[in-house]
Write a protein that binds this ligand. Sequence first.
Ligand code: NAP
Length: 435
Amino acid sequence: MAAFVPASAAAPTAARGRSAARTSRRAPAAAVLPASRFGGATLKIGATASAFCGAVAARPAAAAAPRTAAAALVMAVAPGDRVKVGVLGCTGSVGQRFLALLEGHPWFEVAALGASPRSAGKPYAEAANWKQATPIPASMAGLTVSECSPTAGAMADCAIIFSGLDASVAGEVEDAFAAAGAAVFSNAKNHRMDDDVPILIPPVNAEHVDILSTQRKARGWTTGCLVTNANCSTTALTIALAPIQRAFGIKSLTVATMQAISGSGYPGLSGMDILDNVVPHIGGEEEKMEEEALKILGGLSPAKDAFAFADLAVSAMCNRVHVLDGHTEAVSLTLDKKATPEEVIAAIEAYPAVSKDMGLPSAPAKDVAYTAVTDRPQPRLDRMLGGGFTVSVGRVRGCNIADIRLVCMGHNTIVGAAGGSILNAELCVTKGLIG
Ligand code: NAP
């Protein structure tokens, strides 16, 4: 009774439970997801390793309204058959964004919510100080928040765990969930630089997902895994730079950020600190940008069992500014192969819609978009481009010291956090890595 029957799917496969043998991650035509976490039905998603989810397209999403142009190409799953997901840190800035983005998701259903002992035991609507522009999704408002343990509440039923946990607790908690068999998609810094953990950004380095095979072997996990996002300013930077790196190579860069207040979580800085002000220090942020970018923009070893960091020097200067959402970054680049501003703009405009082409339901029409308007991108005007999943690039011009200057801007809690994690989970579904 699978509601999801793509053209390339083979005959139905026997349902398997949580403790069943590892699903084949290299299945060429269909990823098989176990029944126990999919409302009782076995789910098959046609996908090939090379074309990713291109083969998924078969009929329009019916159960959920398409939220992006890409959604029209994505198979819908009947509500009862969706992958059960849990959200840790559900009351925070990133956690709230997860809930807002997951409402009506065609593949995922929020089944469990976790936060600190301060929130545990309360209905979500009471525990959260909701700060999103849309109401709390009705299906989630009444869920009881549990503690962040793989055995708490409905957590054990969840194949996917999204984590918006504070870094003070994220490391151990995420490990525990992955060891218990869940695929964990983290926003915290704790595991980002681990040797076998990808900092996955589908439009930049989707191939890094292949390290999960090594990770599972090394850690003795079968269905469990750890996947991280970058720090939010690094995400916008690397998505903006991916087309330029591919076309010309990048030797070095300096970046000065203007980061939104929501990047420091809720309640974040006090009004007395940030109103009428710029704070030229964000603890640990410059170091994170300087090391994470090299891992993200690098490749994998030929055996796909180690990261090959990019040979690139990054100098970051991070500032908190009086903006609610959206990190803006002024970048100067020295290229391996000289290019004019026009050539750089052409490379950005020609960059494929990577996430959309992979059939990820949350993908925007374009992952990175160039704007020719002289005074753009601006956070207030451009942060919701592509539903907050598109990074905007503008002001591409020559530089008197380096080769090229530009400005990029991305929504820090959507593409830079919760939305990025959701894209990562969608990518793992298409690769047959869940369950
Ligand atoms: P936040 O608003 O401060 O939220 C933190 C969350 O962690 C809350 O749900 C909180 O629950 C929970 N928590 C705190 N202590 C806990 C404990 N001892 N046990 C269990 N849960 C606990 O922070 P945020 O901005 O959403 O950031 C969350 C994570 O994402 C951080 O690691 C951050 O670095 C990262 N990140 C944030 C952004 C951004 O733009 N904000 C972007 C990228 C990455 P209670 O409400 O119950 O205390």
